[in-house]
Design a protein around this ligand. Structure first.
Ligand code: ATP
Ligand code: MG
Length: 266
């Protein structure tokens, strides 16, 4: 049989969660069921948000994917590795910068503490990322000299610097004021439009989830299960004004209704 010149395009899987259950050991031998049978397939290049009530296991889920926490049951499977590639980057809710290192030195932490890699174009990449994040003039400043939003941007730059295939973000804009937060969301979209990384983004903001995402995973209160996965089929690139369209409102209200009904069911 002749081989077809154009093989059918299959969407590669970035990460697949298979029946993840997490039980934490609590005091006096009690256990807390944090996640209950969570399964999710995230195709390469998708922007996926996770929303759900406090304590439903969102951070736990990201930590399991990152390998910081070991799940009680189930497995995490990544798409086939490519050479010279970093698999994961993580942005935490707090920027977690080292106060004694400059902005540029904070960006290269994982280079300095991780396995030795060639330094070759590191300085160039730091400069490019600082530029992209609007921090060009702050490379030699210390974190205390930056605003909260700027510090958070350094945290994002640090995760992006090593060009991870999958970017995990745990409420990265949670500590920011509303206007900075909107701007950071749009900046993140710009970056994402450029190289379409796979992003798993935890947020408490429904509009933020809808504005940024291809899909929104809605979770139940603890023990966290997936209540529903909502497709956001709004055109890209997106703009802040899209929030005011009826299509946007419809998706946001579906998510809100789901979250409310899940709350009252418990
Ligand atoms: N290290 C731990 N030891 C024991 N229990 C834990 C631990 N970490 C989390 N938990 C429990 O697991 C549940 C899920 O916690 P997690 O931090 O994943 O929730 P979350 O969805 O990220 O909440 P939030 O929206 O408030 O950040 C909570 O009940 C929490 O108390
Ligand atoms: Mg959390």
């Amino acid at each position: 049989m002749p081989t077809p010149s154009h093989p059918p395009t299959v969407t590669d899987v970035a990460v697949e969660l298979r029946h993840i259950t997490m039980r934490y050991q609590a005091k006096r031998g009690r256990t807390v069921l944090a996640l209950d049978d969570v399964s999710l397939t995230v195709p390469e290049g998708q922007f996926v948000s996770i929303v759900g009530p406090s304590g439903c296991g969102k951070s736990t889920l990201l930590k399991i994917i990152l390998g910081l926490t070991r799940q009680s049951e189930g497995e995490v499977a990544f798409g086939p590795a490519r050479s010279h590639e970093n698999l994961l980057g993580m942005v935490f809710q707090q920027p977690l910068l080292l106060p004694w290192r400059t902005v540029a030195k904070n960006m290269t932490i994982s280079h300095d503490v991780g396995p030795r890699r060639p330094r070759a174009d590191l300085d160039k990449r730091v400069a490019e990322h600082l530029d992209m994040l609007g921090l060009r003039d702050f490379a030699d400043q210390y974190p205390r000299e930056l605003s909260g939003g700027m510090q958070q941007r350094v945290g994002i730059g640090r995760a992006l610097l090593h060009d991870p295939r999958i970017l995990l973000m745990d409420e990265p804009f949670g500590a920011l004021d509303a206007m900075t937060r909107d701007q950071m969301g749009l900046d993140l979209l710009d970056i994402w439009e450029r190289d379409r990384k796979t992003v798993l983004f935890v947020t408490h903001s429904i509009p933020e989830a809808v504005l940024l995402s291809d899909r929104v995973v809605v979770m139940t209160p603890r023990p966290g299960r997936i209540a529903e996965v909502i497709d956001v089929d709004l055109a890209r690139p997106r703009r802040l004004e899209d929030i005011n369209t009826p299509e946007f409102g419809e998706i946001a209200s579906r998510i809100r209704v789901l979250l409310n009904s899940e709350h009252s069911a418990h």
